[in-house]
Design a protein around this ligand. Structure first.
Ligand code: HEC
Length: 122
Protein backbone atom coordinates (compact mmCIF):
# COMPACT_ATOMS: atom_id res chain seq x y z
CA UNK A 1 0.00 0.00 0.00
CA UNK A 2 1.50 3.37 -0.94
CA UNK A 3 1.78 5.53 2.17
CA UNK A 4 1.51 8.79 0.23
CA UNK A 5 -2.08 8.47 -0.99
CA UNK A 6 -3.72 10.07 2.05
CA UNK A 7 -2.99 11.43 5.46
CA UNK A 8 -4.71 8.42 7.00
CA UNK A 9 -2.59 5.98 5.04
CA UNK A 10 0.61 7.76 5.96
CA UNK A 11 -0.41 7.84 9.62
CA UNK A 12 -0.99 4.10 9.41
CA UNK A 13 2.38 3.59 7.77
CA UNK A 14 3.97 5.60 10.55
CA UNK A 15 2.19 3.59 13.22
CA UNK A 16 3.31 0.35 11.61
CA UNK A 17 6.90 1.43 11.20
CA UNK A 18 7.03 2.71 14.78
CA UNK A 19 5.51 -0.59 15.84
CA UNK A 20 8.37 -2.44 14.22
CA UNK A 21 10.92 -0.51 16.24
CA UNK A 22 9.62 -1.62 19.63
CA UNK A 23 8.50 0.24 22.75
CA UNK A 24 11.07 3.04 22.61
CA UNK A 25 9.46 4.70 19.60
CA UNK A 26 5.97 3.59 20.43
CA UNK A 27 4.06 6.63 21.62
CA UNK A 28 2.11 7.87 18.63
CA UNK A 29 1.39 11.43 17.66
CA UNK A 30 -0.16 13.45 20.47
CA UNK A 31 -3.59 13.31 18.78
CA UNK A 32 -3.59 9.52 19.02
CA UNK A 33 -2.56 9.66 22.66
CA UNK A 34 -5.48 11.93 23.54
CA UNK A 35 -7.95 9.98 21.42
CA UNK A 36 -6.71 6.80 23.04
CA UNK A 37 -7.41 8.15 26.51
CA UNK A 38 -10.96 9.08 25.45
CA UNK A 39 -11.49 5.61 24.00
CA UNK A 40 -10.20 3.87 27.13
CA UNK A 41 -12.83 5.82 29.05
CA UNK A 42 -15.56 5.19 26.48
CA UNK A 43 -14.96 1.42 26.41
CA UNK A 44 -14.82 1.30 30.23
CA UNK A 45 -11.50 -0.51 30.33
CA UNK A 46 -11.25 1.15 33.74
CA UNK A 47 -14.05 -0.96 35.14
CA UNK A 48 -11.44 -3.73 35.47
CA UNK A 49 -8.11 -1.87 35.21
CA UNK A 50 -6.71 1.12 37.07
CA UNK A 51 -5.34 3.40 34.31
CA UNK A 52 -3.51 6.59 35.30
CA UNK A 53 -4.97 9.71 33.70
CA UNK A 54 -8.20 8.07 32.54
CA UNK A 55 -11.26 9.21 34.52
CA UNK A 56 -13.24 6.56 36.42
CA UNK A 57 -10.51 3.97 35.86
CA UNK A 58 -10.00 2.40 39.25
CA UNK A 59 -11.12 -1.17 38.62
CA UNK A 60 -9.46 -3.91 40.62
CA UNK A 61 -10.64 -6.99 38.68
CA UNK A 62 -7.45 -6.99 36.61
CA UNK A 63 -3.91 -5.62 36.87
CA UNK A 64 -3.33 -1.85 36.82
CA UNK A 65 -1.90 -0.54 33.55
CA UNK A 66 0.39 2.07 35.08
CA UNK A 67 3.90 2.63 33.66
CA UNK A 68 2.89 0.61 30.62
CA UNK A 69 5.72 2.05 28.52
CA UNK A 70 8.23 0.30 30.80
CA UNK A 71 6.62 -3.15 30.68
CA UNK A 72 8.34 -6.10 29.05
CA UNK A 73 5.33 -8.37 28.65
CA UNK A 74 1.62 -8.31 27.89
CA UNK A 75 -0.33 -10.69 30.16
CA UNK A 76 2.98 -12.11 31.36
CA UNK A 77 3.83 -13.85 28.11
CA UNK A 78 3.64 -11.70 24.95
CA UNK A 79 6.48 -9.28 24.19
CA UNK A 80 5.20 -5.78 24.87
CA UNK A 81 5.26 -4.29 21.37
CA UNK A 82 2.69 -1.80 20.08
CA UNK A 83 1.37 -3.97 17.27
CA UNK A 84 0.89 -6.92 19.62
CA UNK A 85 -0.79 -4.75 22.25
CA UNK A 86 -3.23 -3.42 19.63
CA UNK A 87 -4.04 -7.00 18.59
CA UNK A 88 -4.43 -7.97 22.23
CA UNK A 89 -6.95 -5.16 22.82
CA UNK A 90 -9.00 -6.17 19.74
CA UNK A 91 -9.04 -9.93 20.40
CA UNK A 92 -7.17 -11.14 23.50
CA UNK A 93 -8.32 -14.74 23.07
CA UNK A 94 -6.69 -14.95 19.64
CA UNK A 95 -3.31 -14.41 21.33
CA UNK A 96 -3.86 -16.12 24.67
CA UNK A 97 -6.59 -18.75 24.44
CA UNK A 98 -8.59 -18.94 27.63
CA UNK A 99 -7.58 -15.51 28.94
CA UNK A 100 -10.13 -13.81 31.19
CA UNK A 101 -9.69 -10.51 29.34
CA UNK A 102 -12.84 -10.06 27.21
CA UNK A 103 -13.02 -8.90 23.59
CA UNK A 104 -14.64 -5.48 23.88
CA UNK A 105 -15.59 -4.81 20.24
CA UNK A 106 -12.70 -2.37 19.77
CA UNK A 107 -11.73 -1.67 16.13
CA UNK A 108 -8.06 -1.97 15.06
CA UNK A 109 -7.79 1.84 14.61
CA UNK A 110 -9.26 2.45 18.07
CA UNK A 111 -6.89 -0.14 19.55
CA UNK A 112 -3.91 1.65 17.98
CA UNK A 113 -4.95 4.92 19.62
CA UNK A 114 -5.37 3.15 22.99
CA UNK A 115 -1.93 1.63 22.48
CA UNK A 116 -0.44 5.10 21.87
CA UNK A 117 -1.93 6.29 25.16
CA UNK A 118 -0.79 3.25 27.16
CA UNK A 119 2.77 3.50 25.79
CA UNK A 120 2.84 7.18 26.80
CA UNK A 121 2.57 6.05 30.47
CA UNK A 122 6.07 6.00 31.89
C1 HEC B 1 -14.04 -7.62 32.51
C2 HEC B 1 -12.77 -7.08 32.94
C3 HEC B 1 -11.85 -6.46 31.89
C4 HEC B 1 -12.13 -5.42 31.04
C5 HEC B 1 -13.42 -4.64 30.89
C6 HEC B 1 -10.89 -5.14 30.32
N1 HEC B 1 -9.91 -6.01 30.72
FE1 HEC B 1 -7.96 -5.94 30.17
N2 HEC B 1 -7.59 -7.61 31.28
C7 HEC B 1 -8.52 -8.26 32.05
C8 HEC B 1 -7.90 -9.44 32.64
C9 HEC B 1 -8.59 -10.45 33.55
C10 HEC B 1 -6.56 -9.44 32.20
C11 HEC B 1 -5.48 -10.48 32.51
C12 HEC B 1 -5.45 -11.43 31.33
C13 HEC B 1 -4.40 -12.51 31.39
O1 HEC B 1 -3.39 -12.36 32.11
O2 HEC B 1 -4.58 -13.51 30.68
C14 HEC B 1 -6.41 -8.27 31.37
C15 HEC B 1 -5.22 -7.89 30.78
C16 HEC B 1 -5.02 -6.70 30.09
C17 HEC B 1 -3.74 -6.21 29.65
C18 HEC B 1 -2.41 -6.85 29.97
C19 HEC B 1 -2.07 -6.44 31.39
C20 HEC B 1 -0.72 -6.87 31.89
O3 HEC B 1 -0.40 -6.56 33.06
O4 HEC B 1 0.05 -7.51 31.16
C21 HEC B 1 -3.98 -5.03 29.00
C22 HEC B 1 -2.95 -4.12 28.37
C23 HEC B 1 -5.40 -4.81 28.99
N3 HEC B 1 -6.00 -5.84 29.68
C24 HEC B 1 -6.02 -3.75 28.39
C25 HEC B 1 -7.40 -3.55 28.40
C26 HEC B 1 -8.07 -2.53 27.61
C27 HEC B 1 -7.39 -1.53 26.72
C28 HEC B 1 -9.41 -2.67 27.87
C29 HEC B 1 -10.56 -1.89 27.25
C30 HEC B 1 -10.70 -2.01 25.80
C31 HEC B 1 -9.57 -3.76 28.83
N4 HEC B 1 -8.33 -4.28 29.09
C32 HEC B 1 -10.76 -4.16 29.37
C33 HEC B 1 -9.82 -7.89 32.29
C34 HEC B 1 -10.46 -6.84 31.65
Amino acid sequence: MPTTCSAAASALGLALSLGATGPAGAAGPQDDVERGRDLLLQYRCGSCHAIPGVPASRGVAAAPLEAWGRRSYIAGRLPNRPELLARWIVAPQSLVPGTRMPSMGVSPAEARAMTAYLFSLE
